[in-house]
Design a protein around this ligand. Sequence first.
Ligand SMILES: Nc1ncnc2c1ncn2[C@@H]1O[C@H](COP(=O)(O)OP(=O)(O)OP(=O)(O)O)[C@@H](O)[C@H]1O
Ligand SMILES: [Mg+2]
Length: 305
Amino acid sequence: MVLMTTSDLPLKRIARGKVRDVYEVDADRLLLVATDRVSAYDVVMAEPIPMKGAVLTQVSAWWFRQLGDLVKHHMIAADADEIIAAVPALKGHRAALVGRAMLCRRGTVFPIECVIRGYLSGSAWREYAKSGTLAGETLPGGLEESSRLDPPIFSPATKAESGHDENITIGRMREVLGSDVTSELERLTRQIYTKGRDVAARHGIIIADTKFEFGHTRAGEIILIDEVMTPDSSRFWPADGYQPGRPQPSFDKQPLRDWLDVERHADRWNGDAPPPRLPAEVVEATSKRYLEAYRRLTGADLRVS
Ligand SMILES: Nc1ncnc2c1ncn2[C@@H]1O[C@H](COP(=O)(O)OP(=O)(O)OP(=O)(O)O)[C@@H](O)[C@H]1O
Ligand SMILES: [Mg+2]
């Protein structure tokens, strides 16, 4: 298994996010490649995390395989040999694909992130603590930090070209996408998350919140795209030790965050890029957490070959 900070494949690269590289295969297909980059506090670290890219891609693939009855989705293949068979230009690059690449149907992306929250945390908790609202809508009183929300709350955001995504009201989403598409995306978001939250809870992981992206095909069919209920697109919390009234540790990034907090308090890091160099123990501990998230969720060790 190679360790990868940036991918370099013989296809046209059309985007590079914090973690994933996106290639165009043709007008109808994309190749998403999750590298081993890791970000914390919105800064991408210099050191790759072994197996992280494969965990991300294979967690999404695992969900896509279970979601077929709820929603059409973009996954064509997440197996290197199947991908090479479908895209012969990638022959000779198997090692760079294995585990981490996903061949996808390409859609026109709806420019809204469908965020759903089943627990009150992060920016949502801060807004509620300040004004009793979430995305401008009033919530019941008396909720604590990390309280479970039933039903979960749909809180869309705009996809910002740079910087932070901005929370918007559902009314604003209707203005952008129309009310039929808005209702359909909210319905799908609720169904997918409700299933995901239940499945993960049975495996000892709380998916506190998550974000979905949807697109549509040329035939007008709505499809679930991007990554799905991964530790990078969601808050994963260990279910054991869950206790409302305080922040919960992150299942995957806590060792990294804890170490960065120490560096910051010691004035060895100002919170911006460039980040400090990660010690081998922190890299190792973070890799183990990602692999453990995969193992808990799916009930099997991640095998990539
Ligand atoms: N099936 C698809 N069709 C078209 N675009 C897609 C599809 N799946 C994912 N995308 C797009 O590919 C891009 C993946 O980029 P990625 O998530 O790595 O970076 P980002 O969203 O720009 O930044 P960040 O790293 O903060 O998430 C997103 O813009 C997403 O909307
Ligand atoms: Mg993204």
